[in-house]
Design a protein around this ligand. Sequence first.
Ligand code: AMP
Length: 275
Amino acid sequence: MIYRSIETLRRAIATRRAEGDRIGLVPTMGALHEGHISLVQEAEKTCQHVIVSIFVNPRQFNSQTDLAHYPRTEADDIALLDGRCSLFIPSVETMYPSGYCTSVQTGGLAERLEGAHRPGHFDGMATVVTKLLTITGPDQAFFGEKDWQQLQIVRRIVQDLNLPVDIVACPTLREPDGLALSSRNRRLSHSAREIAPKLHTIMQDTALAIRTGMETDAALAAGKEAFAHAGFGPVDYLECCHAETLEPARPGSAPLRLLAAAFLGSVRLIDNIVI
Ligand code: AMP
């Protein structure tokens, strides 16, 4: 079933809830791939009514060009999912009607990494995720570790705003060559697609170097050099951080996560792995 209006979706959810079903939400921006499907599969394990939202949220794009080029494949997305779960596909006008003027302002861990390079991105994300959570009122919402910083911020929002929902983290799905699945991958040229998996390999090498005792700054510098050598550029960041606070790693801090963002031509790729 496809819902485009908030009222109809809410009525349908209320009916399912009255029947005793657990409600699961999988927020997406569409151009669905196996990574998204893995979130749906995870949701189906514990929720009888799974809602996938598809909304390319203009407020989380800090670049109009990026927004204009973001892939939109609604018919394919519907073909892939409709029947398996409910879809919520609101218009921009439905989510942000005329006069709309409220936003969720993030701080702290949202100011670093992606936040530093994409001003306004996390406020836009926080606003739409909060709206989607209050529209659907799910028992559980499913997010990919692919967007690690987003996941930590969503946990923070839920805690700070006392939202009654359980946030479930799902592992990153990768191509056989290690490239993390992403809607943006379809914009890679043939030659860029050949280079793209090196983002992951170089990160693995960097993580191994840090794990086996190399000084963190030296390992990160070597990693950035390897990115440039492979053809990435500019490299927005390659950082070793505390996995939850995303503060730069200090001696003894744990658990650690390695996070990176780099351009390949006009496509910006992000990835993260455990250290
Ligand atoms: P997006 O449509 O890119 O906004 O992603 C929607 C959700 O799918 C987010 O929670 C992402 O973290 C998650 N996701 C995207 N790519 C992957 C992947 N390769 N593996 C697992 N989850 C993913």
